[in-house]
Ligand binder design. Structure first.
Ligand code: PLP
Length: 238
């Protein structure tokens, strides 16, 4: 075996192991919560190479997440080459990058202001199929790290619903640093319930990462975004 293929096969064993452990955690959390509905695992591939995206697809992963426009674009060729792979954009998004993201993402989780909604809608039209959108909610009363305040969410949801090429799917949040994730995700559930009263189809809740996915499942998360627990520790941003 060449050194290159040996490295590939050891990475495959490592990632397959991480994936199996996380799937087992999700299964037992679903059982504990008495959930019989589907929970979608999004593997967050940021700062890992495109070869890992390919490997994940080989291992049956159908959803990957990226948080930077440039990196998402760099991995898009792999995503496109795999029939069943969906690309989720989960990072803070500047309006001037919205056009590029609207053209490559299947889902954008991080919509938190009106300007972004217009830009995504405009650039998605030419693609000829709608873009799935989640409103990101800030759960700590600040918006510096992205996310709209809960009071703003109904208005933003209405704006998304009014766009021909955007499909309002629900809400997303990251548990605030140091906060009790059960408390945070219970709050997110409350925001989700309010949105669903107006927009019944907007039933996705994107919540839960490597450290707190069990709490997210307890509070109704339909989508989990997991990186470290599957792929290992990311290289620092330097
Ligand atoms: C990086 C990231 C994740 C994954 O975090 P892990 O702790 O590595 O599982 C999830 N959501 C968002 C928004 C992220 O940026």
């Amino acid at each position: 075996m060449s050194a290159e293929s040996a490295a590939l096969s050891s990475r495959r064993i490592e990632v397959a192991g991480g994936l199996a452990r996380v799937r087992a955690r999700i299964d037992s959390a679903r059982r504990a919560a008495g959930r019989v509905d589907e929970v979608t695992l999004i593997v967050v591939t940021k700062r890992f190479p495109a070869a890992d995206v390919d490997l994940l697809a080989d291992l049956g992963v159908t959803d990957v997440g990226e948080n930077k426009e440039q990196e998402a674009r760099a991995k898009y060729a792999v995503v496109q080459s795999r029939e069943r792979l969906r690309l989720h954009f989960i990072g803070q998004l500047q309006s001037n990058k919205a056009g590029a993201v609207a053209q490559i993402a299947d889902v954008v989780h991080s919509v938190d202001r009106a300007k972004l909604i217009g830009a995504l809608g405009r650039h998605r039209g030419p693609m000829g199929r709608p873009l799935d959108v989640l409103i990101q909610v800030s759960l700590d009363g600040a918006t510096g790290r992205g996310g709209a305040l809960p009071a703003e969410v109904p208005r933003l949801a209405g704006l998304v619903a009014g766009q021909e090429w955007l499909r309002l799917r629900g809400v997303m949040a990251v548990a605030p640093l140091g906060a009790d994730p059960d408390r945070a995700f219970a709050d997110l559930r409350t925001v989700s319930d309010a949105i669903r009263a107006e927009h019944p189809e907007a039933r996705w809740i994107s919540a839960g990462m490597s450290a707190d996915l069990e709490a997210a499942v307890r509070h109704g998360a339909t989508h989990l975004r997991v990186g470290t627990a599957i792929l290992g520790t990311r290289a620092s941003l330097g």
